[in-house]
Design a protein around this ligand. Structure first.
Ligand code: COA
Length: 253
């Protein structure tokens, strides 16, 4: 076993009480590995209990948000149960008590789009491209998106997007209500808003977020558990395995 620590692909910066977590694995389009999920979960859990952190921003490095879950991990280290790093990250996101803001540029694939449904605010550039290709990969929606997304987009549009796997741009995301604003500088806008929030009375901010989410917090937890079970089964299915192999073959060829 090597003593050399693995390079972290999550950059973490505290800007005056605003924690910025940046997905930074540009050679793989910021695709998220198990280790990155662990790092994100640890950062969120630590920020939750740190009085000095008032808000968290999630961003992607080099003009792309994320290509979603690492497909090689889907093949080589599929989730076995709810303790899998991806599910733990989603649970930490769902339970996070302080304002969560996303700054999106470029592709936001799979969990790159579904995690936004757990953010309190999302700022995106015109280059942003959202996609949830779960069905195309032989999988099912996760992160509560099977309920949260149709609630935002309406059943007809959510069905079209989820069942065809088509992508959509920033303007459609704005129409749907997935994002707050299209801006040339999503990170700067996110920092600006997070800074205003960080100057508000912190307990009031936390209680207000809890109230905004209280109506269906438990229901979403249950949906996420049910989705997770189907997702784990789907990961091992022939449909998913052949989709993953096809992705890998394309890269080799
Ligand atoms: N998992 C693992 N590796 C990934 C990846 C992923 N989700 N997405 C991209 N990569 C890797 C590619 O294998 C390639 O690696 P290589 O240079 O070693 O061959 C590198 O990132 C660049 O990807 P490429 O496809 O050439 O970039 P692109 O700019 O043409 O396209 C995407 C970007 C995001 C549109 C495209 O990479 C893609 O569709 N990725 C898969 C998205 C996906 O299905 N995610 C799972 C969602 S559940």
């Amino acid at each position: 076993m090597s003593d050399i620590p693995e390079i972290s692909h999550i950059r973490s910066e505290n800007r005056g009480g605003v924690l910025i977590l940046t997905l930074d694995r540009i050679e793989k389009k910021n695709a998220i590995t198990s280790q990155m999920y662990r790092d994100l979960t640890a950062s969120l859990n630590s920020a939750a209990g740190d009085f000095g952190i008032r808000a968290v921003i999630i961003a992607g490095a080099s003009g792309i948000f994320t290509a979603g879950n690492d497909i090689f991990d889907f093949l080589n280290a599929p989730a076995q149960d709810e303790s899998a790093p991806g599910f733990q990250f989603l649970a930490a996101l769902h339970e996070f008590p302080k304002p969560l803001i996303a700054a999106v540029e470029g592709n936001a694939v799979g969990i790159g789009t579904t995690l936004l449904l757990h953010c309190d605010m999302v700022y995106a550039s015109l280059s942003a491209k959202f996609q949830m290709p779960f069905v195309s990969l032989g999988l099912v929606p996760e992160a509560g998106s099977s309920v949260l997304f149709p609630r935002l987009a309406g059943h007809a549009r959510a069905s079209e997007i989820l069942l065809t796997g088509r992508s959509f741009g920033a303007q459609e995301a704005l129409d749907i209500g997935l994002i707050n604003q299209i801006t040339d500088t999503p990170l700067a806008t996110a920092v600006e808003v997070a800074t205003i929030i960080s100057e508000q009375p912190p307990t009031s901010v936390i209680n207000t977020k809890a109230l905004l989410k209280s109506k269906d917090h438990m229901a979403i937890t249950q949906v996420m558990a049910a989705e997770g079970e189907l997702f784990r089964i789907a990961l091992e299915s022939d449909e998913a395995q052949s989709a993953f192999m096809k992705f890998m073959e394309k890269r080799k060829g």
